[in-house]
Design a protein around this ligand. Sequence first.
Ligand code: ACO
Length: 428
Amino acid sequence: MNETVKLIYRDKTFEFPVVTGTEGEKAIDITQLRSQTGLITLDSGYGNTGACTSAITFIDGDKGILRYRGIPIEQLAEKSRFVEVAWLLIFGRLPKQDELDRFSRRLTANAPIHEDFKYHFGGFPTSAPPMAIQSAMINTLACFHPQFITLGDEEAFEEAAARLLSKVRTIAAYAYRRSIGRPFIYPDPKLKYVANFLHMMFSMPYDQYVVEPEIEHALNQILILHADHEQNCSTSTVRMVGSSRANLFASAAAGVCALWGPLHGGANVEVLEQLEAIHKGGLTPQKCIEMAKDKTSGFRLMGFGHRIYKNFDPRAKILKASAEKVLNKLGIKDPLLDIAMQLEQLALKDQYFVDRKLYPNVDFYSGIIMRAIGIPVNMFTVMFSIGRMPGWIAQWKEQHDDPNARIARPRQIYVGPTVQDYVPIENR
Ligand code: ACO
């Protein structure tokens, strides 16, 4: 049945089609709204606005469901690896063995960065935030691979995607090494994606870092859980930039900047800082909850709440279990994990959080695992950006391949001064 919605405005009735997704989600198609009625919609924060149709990721925030290309996140987190998930997201289905092998070979071949590229790191102060370096360097990549600025065919796209996905991890590791004054460590072609990253982060020229399988699994899982999340702030940024036909690298660099903010990917840093403040005694869990409820405090319980999930974030559930496992394996007793669990318990039975359906999100437990692995706090959001890269690439490609895609150009309702004359400076 073709459903429609009727809009009555100034005694006239207009009819708009209802679009239904494969999971039954419905939207009013208002493509003709302005041309027919002269009206636009106003939706601050886009809470009611669908910017595109997409076949990549499905979320049901009320039921706590997340699926990549139809596959439940729980299955992918348990059975898959990051590179396979990346292929799934970007190319739309699980890869066959030869496809996965070819993609892995491309990732390995692309792991080193151009020797000249290394000198750019020296231009940043050692105190530079790694997210600034990450974004700048991803943009710089396009200068070293100008053949990928215009992607002619599928082969060129796959090579560009592999290049970006592979080099982003080398860039992240180099940014970290630079910040602590350690020599850059070349990627090791014998190692898989996650192990190679940890090697570049933690090996020394005279001492190879050996990664435990459980740690490799946990980090694979973190990256998988961050790999896509449909039209969030940074992904919408990638699409917005890409809609002007900006190249893949420039669009991804913009995504990193959007992710940096504390209400988005930057929340994982803030969570750790809040937990540490409680641990150091400056704050108690109870006080934290009280401050989060007090609208005049400007304080939020970081790692809690989500625009879409009004139930448990399924990623947070997986990460909570993983945090306990990793800490046990490493024999670490981290008081921050106990504090996090205490905070979660307090919040889940507090009426303020219950009424607003505020649950732990992906950022609440991820930091505890990364800290146990030895990843410093200022790299947490960078880790998120490595994880999110397949999603950004997939979303950029989906938009790029859409024959109906148009440049993204929202409208506004102007509320500034009406026309007025220019006043010379001496008369003001
Ligand atoms: N602590 C206290 N109160 C909160 C929190 C929180 N963490 N999150 C939401 N609220 C309150 C709001 O104050 C608001 O209350 P009100 O209805 O009395 O005015 C209500 O819950 C609804 O919140 P909104 O701000 O409308 O929710 P929105 O969808 O705009 O924001 C967001 C979602 C940004 C994630 C928010 O929950 C938040 O700031 N959380 C903390 C930061 C965080 O963890 N971000 C990471 C999100 S996951 C990710 O990006 C990867």
